[in-house]
Ligand binder design. Sequence first.
Ligand SMILES: [Zn+2]
Length: 310
Amino acid sequence: MPASDPLLERRRVASPPPTDPQTRAEALSVAARALRAAEHVCVFSGAGISAESGIPTFRDAQSGLWAQFTPQELATPEAFAAHPTRVWQWYAARRAMVRAAQPNPGHQALVTLASRVAHCTLVTQNVDDLHERAGSRDIIGLHGSLMRARCSAGCPGTMVPTDAMALEPPPCPACGALMRPDVVWFGESMPMPAFEAARSAAVACDVFLSIGTSNVVEPAASLPWISATHGATVIVVNPTMEGQRRGPSILPIEGPAGVMLPRLIAEAFAGRRARRHDSGGAAASRGAGAQDPTVDASVDAADESTPPAA
Ligand SMILES: [Zn+2]
């Protein structure tokens, strides 16, 4: 990248000089200064922030009737082709767990953050809707959404499944094929437009804020380090720093997101009022296109090995 790149020029102003903070308090203080000076913050969240709201991970959710299946029997295109009702009911069960959970102070702190900086991009690996329910907008979901279904035949049909649809995958409102959970399964690649948008934000931002993710599963794991390579300050908030990279522009803040994020945002923006943003709700990338087709109970009647819903 040429030295005259305006992003790099701007970073010399926005980013604090590299430091090597020895304590969490120092890291918080340096991170707060970086956030305060930033024009563009890219937030990158993972399962940890949802776990603090009581949402179990995929494997932890595999209790009771679901423990007999391998993840490949519940979350692959092949599993859905062979046993669509089983797979659909697994996702209905997980959707119910999400609906029973509430956003935590970590989610809420990110809403405050977005109102204090000129530009905030929220990228999540989570498939729950806690960021949305906390009030975040324009979320880039790398792994899709549990709260949405799409056509298994690949047509543009989408819907928001209701509790009444928990037992059988409903037919696509557009073409009649079965609807499937709009999540990225094992063996599937994440949607390229979402990943490209996330990568662009990682490259362009002044501060990259990684929350509740171990940053070890590719390709999403490379985002913080792409950002660091392009001159951003990387803040890592996680209960453990195991597996996380270290470096002069990487600030480790060890602890739960629900505690550390409110502390960080308060320190960064004490006394600063919210900016006005013109982002409309219509641009929200998730949860759109709600429809309520009736369920065709005859669909998938041949699937006999389906466990009852948890
Ligand atoms: Zn369709």
